[in-house]
Structures are given as structure tokens and as C-alpha cells.
Design a protein around this ligand. Structure first.
Ligand SMILES: C[S@@+](CC[C@H](N)C(=O)[O-])C[C@H]1O[C@@H](n2cnc3c(N)ncnc32)[C@H](O)[C@@H]1O
Length: 432
């Protein structure tokens, strides 16, 4: 089953959800769409994928068969992902950041549910902080994983809010199957407009992005303080995003590319946004010996207080290794309580470090030289998730400083705008 087949499965599933019907008439694809269900993005996909859809529909006599095809390919993807997440395989790979686009599917939910390293740090905090308490779980996801852990740790009851309608349905089914309906109440909708029947003692959530703030945790948790009794507790405690200068490993520097599975999610993001663009990239298995400078704090979120939504911070990175520098790497250190922290650079977890291709053709540096940087975090056009604008200069041991700038925007409009992205998208996916 190829990525193209997967894309067709997902498109067919989405069309079914919108009650859009497709029928074959010779070489024509006839589309029946309820009023207002056809968007320009969907229309473009139908045009682009016309021949693949015709082929698929000719194979399948009826919708139920094609939906079975969709299920089996989703299973294959889950198996692939489980294998790739769990394997000791040290392959260094670029990945997109689906969470930044609130893109969660069965595979990504399962990856989080089964991320034992992540869950262990949450469980530890719950064991200390939720016994006999009333809890709100913000963004509970399809498996109600944090809500259920709270119940296991002795919480009285949990209000589990979820904005995604499909995940919400799954969450209800999960709670019913476990006979927990009297203890876990699923609250459908956006936490920003949700109402709970009572104030709660503890707020729990995992809305943390690959850059701590990139999925919009700050405005959501700022607003969620209204759910808390005075003196209420917030889990997690804080998230620090660190940054350092890096040299890409040879395989990625010579031929930047997405592996097949990662490429599937790149396409899903492009579909969701309705365009191809230079999206933020993360790196799996980044080798620590390719960090070529000291590290600094890129951002610090303290969930115990109201957080700023826009800010500016300066940081300085001292070069520690001679050679080429390709850009900056950022990673998170997430603490669920004091002394209980996980790290997306040193641990294999659901979050990956992010690579900013600042010096897209590479720059030779010497120990003792410095990168003086300013990051400006500003809300993107959706008013919830931020953009990051990095400006700086390389202060040379000899000669003139070199100025640089790099924008990591959520809704980047440009495509193949620099040498790095040109090569990334022209290489095509690597089949594994
Ligand atoms: C990273 S997932 C975490 C899922 C689950 N809590 C876990 O730990 O595995 C974030 C979830 O929060 C949901 N979400 C994001 N923003 C939300 C909001 N403003 N209101 C309600 N749910 C939200 C997403 O749909 C997604 O299911």
C-alpha cells in the first residue's frame, strides 16, 4: 500500500463524512455534493486525484469495500509507525510537525497513548496531586489517556474536554466501554468556550508543541484558569524550550528529504491547509555530537501563572566546535511537577527537536565565535498559535559580523523559498 493509496483512502473517507458521492461514468467522475459541502480545496483535490479516484472506484463495486480498504491501510500505517517509533533504529529523519496544525489521526493518538516515557511523567504528577480531587482534562483526545490515569490515581471525577468531533466520539465510546461514565464526563467543544458544572481542583492537559508554545497552549491554559477553584493546581508545571546551533548529519545535509511515513503527514498538512509551503521541520534521532555551540533558553512557559502570548527574548550561543553550522535546533524540557522532567532531545518521545534552516548553504565557524540572537514570538493569524521570528548576527573572531534572519511561521505562504526547502521538496520521499 503506497502513500498515494493512503491519500486516496483519506480523501474518500473525508468525502463520505461530508456525504459527497462519487460515481464512475466511463472516464468521467461524477460528483454529488450537498449544498455548501464543496470547498475550493476539496474541488482542487478531486481534480488533482481524478484518475486515482477513478481507478479506485472501478476496483470497488461499492463504498463499503473501499472503506474496508481504508481500514486495512490505516492498520498498516499504525503498525509501521509503532515499529518506527519503538525501533532502536537510529536513522536521522526529517519529520513535519502535525500537532502544530492540530492534525491528529488514529496513528498519532495511538503514538501518544503508547508513549510510556511521556505518560510516566504525567502519572508521577497525578499520583502526588489528584487523589480525591475534581479534575478537568483539556484536550483529552480519542483515548482519554490522561483522564483515565487521573481516575487510576484516585481522582473523584474528571471533566474531559475535546474539540475534535471524531476524537470526542471515540472518547465517549472508550469511557463507556470501561464503565467509567459516572466518573469521566466528556465535554465536546473548544475549551476556550466550554462551561463546566462546577469549579475543579486540578487542570491537566498535554497541549505542548514541539516548540512548547507552538500548538497554542498559552492562550488555552490562560483561559482555563477560570475552571479552577482558588489555589487550584495545573499539570504540567512548566515547559522550557532550549536552543543551540547545529551541523546537520551528512545524510540529511547532502540530501534533505522526508522518509515515506513523514512524507505522508507532510501531504496531510498540505491538504488541511490547502496549499504546499515551507513547513516547520523536526528531526528524529538528532545526534547530540552535531550540536556545535552552547545552549540557551528559547522560551519558558510557566503554567502556574498567566502567560504572555507575545514576547521577545535574546540569547547568545558560543560556538564550541569548528566547522559548518547549518542552523538552530530547539527542543523541549517538560516538567509535570518539580523534579519530574522529560527532554525531547535526549529521550525518544512523541515530541521531536525542531530544526531551523537558518544558514541554508552552511557557514564555517570557529570556537569562540558567537551567535547573538533575538527571537520575537507573535501570534499567527489564528490568534492562538504563534510564529517565531529570529534575527541575529554571527560575531566573528576575525572580520565583520554576519547578519542573519529566519522566520518560522505557522501559515508560511512561501514554497521552496530557500536552498534548504528547494532540496527538501525536490528530493522526494525516501522509501523504507
Ligand atoms: C497533543 S493531543 C493530546 C491528547 C491526549 N490528552 C494525550 O495526552 O494523549 C491534544 C488534544 O487536544 C485537543 N485540543 C487542542 N486544543 C483544544 C481546545 N482549545 N479545546 C479542546 N481540545 C483541544 C486536540 O484536538 C487533541 O485531541
Amino acid at each position: 500500500m503506497s502513500v498515494q493509496d493512503d491519500l486516496i483512502d483519506v480523501l474518500i473517507r473525508d468525502l463520505r463524512a461530508l456525504r459527497i458521492t462519487l460515481t464512475v461514468d466511463g472516464d468521467q467522475l461524477r460528483v454529488g455534493a450537498p449544498k455548501n459541502s464543496m470547498t475550493p480545496a476539496l474541488h482542487k483535490q478531486l481534480t488533482d486525484q481524478k484518475w486515482a479516484l477513478l481507478e479506485r472506484l472501478k476496483q470497488a463495486e461499492s463504498w463499503p469495500e473501499s472503506s474496508r480498504a481504508s481500514i486495512s491501510s490505516a492498520r498498516q500505517r499504525i503498525e509501521y509507525l509503532k515499529k518506527s517509533v519503538r525501533s532502536q533504529d537510529n536513522t536521522v529523519e526529517f519529520w513535519p510537525c502535525p500537532g502544530d496544525f492540530w492534525l491528529y489521526d488514529e496513528i498519532l493518538y495511538q503514538a501518544m497513548t503508547q508513549d510510556e516515557v511521556r505518560n510516566a511523567v504525567y502519572r508521577q504528577a497525578f499520583q502526588h496531586l489528584v487523589k480525591d480531587k475534581v479534575v478537568v482534562d483539556i484536550g483529552t483526545g480519542q483515548d482519554v489517556v490522561l483522564g483515565r490515569m487521573c481516575i487510576e490515581a484516585g481522582a473523584k471525577r474528571v471533566y474531559a474536554i475535546e474539540v475534535d468531533a471524531v476524537a470526542c466520539q471515540e472518547a465517549r465510546a472508550c469511557v463507556a466501554a470501561l464503565g467509567l461514565e459516572d466518573r469521566i464526563h466528556i465535554v465536546p467543544g473548544n475549551a476556550l468556550s466550554a462551561h463546566l458544572p462546577e469549579l475543579v481542583d486540578v487542570s491537566v492537559s498535554e497541549l505542548i508543541g514541539v516548540i512548547g508554545s507552538s500548538e497554542g497552549v498559552a492562550p488555552v491554559l490562560n483561559d482555563a484558569r477560570r475552571f479552577l477553584k482558588p489555589g487550584g493546581v495545573v499539570i504540567p508545571l512548566r515547559c522550557v524550550t532550549k536552543v543551540a546551533a547545529v551541523r546537520l548529519p551528512a545524510a540529511l545535509a547532502e540530501r534533505p528529504h522526508f522518509a515515506t511515513m513523514a512524507d505522508y503527514y507532510v501531504k496531510q498538512i498540505f491538504r488541511k491547509v490547502g496549499a504546499s509551503f515551507d513547513l516547520r521541520v523536526a528531526v528524529r534521532n538528532f545526534p547530540k555530537d552535531h550540536i556545535v555551540s552552547t545552549e540557551a533558553i528559547f522560551e519558558e512557559l510557566n503554567f502556574q501563572d498567566l502567560m504572555a502570548l507575545e514576547w521577545q527574548n535574546r540569547f547568545s550561543l558560543q560556538v564550541t566546535q569548528p566547522g559548518r553550522v547549518d542552523g538552530l535546533l530547539s527542543w523541549i524540557e517538560l516538567s509535570t511537577m518539580e523534579g519530574v522532567t522529560l527532554n525531547s532531545l535526549t529521550q525518544a518521545i512523541s515530541w521531536l527537536p525542531v530544526f531551523f534552516p537558518v544558514f541554508d548553504s552552511g557557514l564555517e565557524v570557529l570556537p569562540g565565535e558567537r551567535l547573538e540572537c533575538v527571537n520575537q514570538t507573535v501570534l499567527s493569524e489564528d490568534g492562538v498559535r504563534p510564529d517565531y521570528r529570529i534575527r541575529g548576527q554571527v560575531v566573528r573572531a576575525f572580520g565583520e559580523s554576519i547578519a542573519f534572519e529566519y522566520d518560522s511561521l505557522l501559515y508560511e505562504k512561501r514554497f521552496k523559498n530557500n536552498e534548504f526547502y528547494h532540496r527538501l521538496f525536490d528530493s522526494g520521499p525516501e522509501r523504507r
